[in-house]
Design a protein. Structure first.
Length: 148
């Protein structure tokens, strides 16, 4: 049971809990839209799923935001290592793992690999996506938000 009341809006439980602070919910929603201007939806979803797997966020792992190849989804959630990922997607997931495991400590070799596949704007969006999803996972886990 959620530790926060779920506001009666037509959204998923995470947004319903977040709606207790409507200004923050709006800012979060706008940030999500902004990230979509720089990175493709499937890449954002892969990062979201990998962050959820790394944090053990059952809620986030159970929510499917976009249709995606099951092998890719499983790859992102570290269920298996078979998935037809692009090099760009692999680099993004490697970055996600590294940022989350080593609190942002990024070796130069990985940074150069990221720069080969992402523009400066995309790299900023990528890092924000990783950070935001990490924080959202902590929020969901600590507030015990569950799927309905």
């Amino acid at each position: 049971m959620s530790r926060l009341p779920l506001i009666n809006i037509d959204e998923k439980p995470f947004q319903r809990a977040f709606a207790n602070a409507p200004i923050l919910l709006e800012a979060f929603t706008q940030m999500e839209k902004g990230l979509g201007e720089y990175l493709e939806p499937e890449l954002l979803e892969l990062i979201r799923l990998r962050a959820a797997a790394n944090n053990g966020c059952q809620y986030c792992q159970s929510v499917q935001r976009i249709a995606m190849d099951e092998k890719k989804r499983n790859f992102a959630m570290i269920k298996n290592k078979e998935g037809d990922l692009t090099e760009r997607e692999k680099v993004a997931l490697e970055l996600t793992d590294r940022i989350m495991a080593y609190h942002g400590n990024l070796p130069e070799e990985l940074l150069q690999n990221v720069k080969q596949h992402f523009s400066n704007e995309e790299m900023i969006a990528l890092l924000w996506q990783i950070g935001i999803k990490n924080a959202a996972n902590w929020f969901i886990i600590s507030m015990q938000i569950e799927t309905e």
